[in-house]
Design a protein around this ligand. Sequence first.
Ligand code: CAA
Length: 384
Amino acid sequence: MFFKLTDEQLMIQTMVKEFSREVIAPTAMERDRTKEFPAENLRKMGELGLMGMMIPPEYNGAGADTVSYVLALSEIAYSCASTAVVMSVQNSIICESIYQFGTDDHKERFLKPLAAGKHLGAFALTEPNAGSDPVGQSTKAVLDGDFYILNGTKRFITTGKNADTIIVTAKTDEAKRHKGISAFLVKKDTPGLIVGNLEEKLGLRASDTVDLIFEDCRVPAENILGNEGDGFMIAMSGLDGGRIGIAAQSIGVARAAFDAAVNYAKKREQFGRTISKFQGLRWMIADMATEIEAAQQLMLSAAAMKDRGEKYTAQASMAKLFASEMVNRITATALQIHGGYGFTKEYPAERFYRDARVFTIYEGTSEIQRVVISNHILQDKRLP
Ligand code: CAA
């Protein structure tokens, strides 16, 4: 699809690019070392309208389209992938799910502070024994008067430690498989919600990833998102949007690694000339640029389909699959171009390489994206 950005989309992209390079980039390397959560930068992003970009202004959002959102997210990821994943989860799986499935009361109490960036959100679907297969989850929610009582453990929860609001899925009816899963809006300070230890990770080190443990956690019955049994559908449709966001994160990191490699190649001299003069490297650079452009087109195409109200599940998976695998190739090549220096912490190439690794895993592995895409083409559903 040929794509021409509107003046407004270009303006948003330019604004976020400037902010990202001036405010987010200078401390990204340090954050990767110290694992300090970027709370202050996220607060500033909230003030700029970046934490609820696609939510209408009446709920404190920026009222932007998905194309503007993915361009903005990509610019944040260019500077700091840890910051970008927080923005991504907040905008798509959290804010959009509440906007789409929440009651007026949910929008007032939960969405407004989230979209303004005053609160942060987390999405708790994955469990120790239920990753690619969330229907196999074992967290339970039992109705007791005006409360649901939640028991279970959620794993690898992005922003789980720093979030104020968590969307949690749990089984309300064991017998009904995916139709027996419900989603709940849970405030962080609810008694019975315990935050586990921080994961020690290869990349995205400044974004917190924790277990969330629910022990007789009493959640007001009115905090159910949608109806009983809607939880799997809410999670899946949230992940559709989320997966375009992972494509955006991938493209941001790939562009950062590409620019670093090109700059290095133009300065580094060997055999009496800059290494950018060698055809072997020139072809690497040509292939990298082509792959990034292809991923960008897939991302924009999926985002535009969403904006037009078309079903975009397969396109979101294609964008996520291609972009996340692309960025792993690009960051490996960028590190290679840096030679021995690429292997050191003096240059950012090794951080890009580590940060990129999770993109083919979270919000559905590459293998799961291929299940979604092939099911869509063959129209015979269920796992192969
Ligand atoms: N939108 C709305 N509904 C959907 C949907 C979608 N995209 N995909 C499926 N559904 C509905 C189907 O219509 C079906 O409903 P009906 O029975 O009413 O028709 C129901 O869900 C079941 O569909 P399937 O039979 O296709 O489901 P399945 O059990 O075979 O699983 C799957 C499909 C694609 C494998 C899915 O389980 C999946 O995506 N797994 C990966 C989970 C995942 O991405 N986890 C990431 C964790 S979150 C995370 O990483 C966030 C973070 O912190 C960064």
